[in-house]
Design a binder for this molecule. Structure first.
Ligand code: ADP
Ligand code: MG
Length: 273
């Protein structure tokens, strides 16, 4: 529970209904439209510290948009999101109360790591430079410290011996593992994965999933969008099924995969499992 002063500093009016929070990530009634199309229709989701939430659902259901709102890549039109008690975006009764300052947004972004489908490595930087760049630029760490830490992280994803390689010299699976090391380099409070293996040849999928499994075991808080259902079942504490901008159903892997309650969930799994 936060003190009124802490709440005030976070930009929330004291005593308002916005008083946070239980989870590390608290998504409350989030809405988002593109033009006339509402793609998030009131999403509420909590992820506990160390928790692993896996989001599944058909293409176009709003999974990527949801991840992007968490990371400030999209502004929400309604509801609010808090990371570790600090608001990412919020709104009350149709009125945005307060625009976060650009500096606050940049700071929060460094606390939220994101790994994309297409790796998004800097092509002109080596694996080591890709991983060590942001800690120097965004967090003001020394080059030497950033380099040492980058080598540790490359080791953790099994790529210490490829530290000097450029992205074009690496396989897709290796590039994605570098991207994971890069996301970890800022010591984020949470890591978001948006279909991290969808762009990979099938034989390269497992080397990436194994790294994510290891992160899950080590207590990193994760939100993962994936179509890999076996992996989802293994790694998730919570499986979230989204369809048409809504969470249709969420629960343990056991509940969602073996005993889904909603017809839409059953119909989706009958196609993908
Ligand atoms: P998913 O990741 O589940 O496939 P997305 O979040 O990418 O779904 O997209 C949800 C819906 O929002 C889709 O209909 C998509 O076309 C639309 N959409 C996503 N991003 C934009 C955008 N920047 N502008 C307009 N429409 C968008
Ligand atoms: Mg998507």
């Amino acid at each position: 529970v936060r003190t009124p002063a802490e709440t005030e500093r976070a930009g929330v009016p004291t005593g308002s209904a916005l008083e946070p929070t239980r989870g590390l990530v608290e998504i409350t009634k989030v809405r988002k439209s593109f033009g006339a199309t509402e793609v998030l229709k009131g999403i509420t989701l909590t992820v506990e510290p160390g928790g692993v939430a896996v989001i599944v659902g058909p293409s176009g259901s709003g999974k990527s948009t949801l991840l992007r709102t968490i990371n400030h890549l999209e502004k929400v039109d309604g509801g609010h999101i808090a990371i570790d008690g600090k608001l990412v975006g919020y709104e009350v009764r149709g009125k945005r109360l307060h625009e976060l300052r650009e500096k606050t947004i940049l700071k929060q972004r460094t606390e939220i790591g994101m790994v994309f489908q297409n790796f998004n490595l800097f092509p002109h930087l080596t694996a080591l430079e890709n991983v060590s760049e942001a800690p120097v630029v965004a967090q003001g760490r020394s080059k030497e410290e950033a380099r040492r830490r980058a080598l540790e992280l490359l080791d953790r994803v099994g790529l210490k011996d490829r530290a000097g390689a450029y992205p074009r010299q690496l396989s897709g699976g290796q590039q994605q593992r570098v991207a994971i090391a890069r996301a970890l380099a800022l010591d984020p409070k949470i890591l978001l994965f948006d279909e991290p293996t969808s762009a990979l040849d099938p034989e390269l999928v497992n080397e990436v999933l194994d790294v994510i499994r290891e992160l899950a075991k080590s207590g990193t808080t994760l939100i993962i969008v994936t179509h890999e259902m076996g992996f989802a079942r293994d790694v998730a504490d919570t499986v979230v099924f989204m369809d048409q901008g809504q969470i249709v159903e969420q629960g343990s892997p056991e509940q969602i995969f073996t005993n889904p309650q909603e017809p839409r969930t059953r119909s989706f799994f009958s196609k993908v499992l």
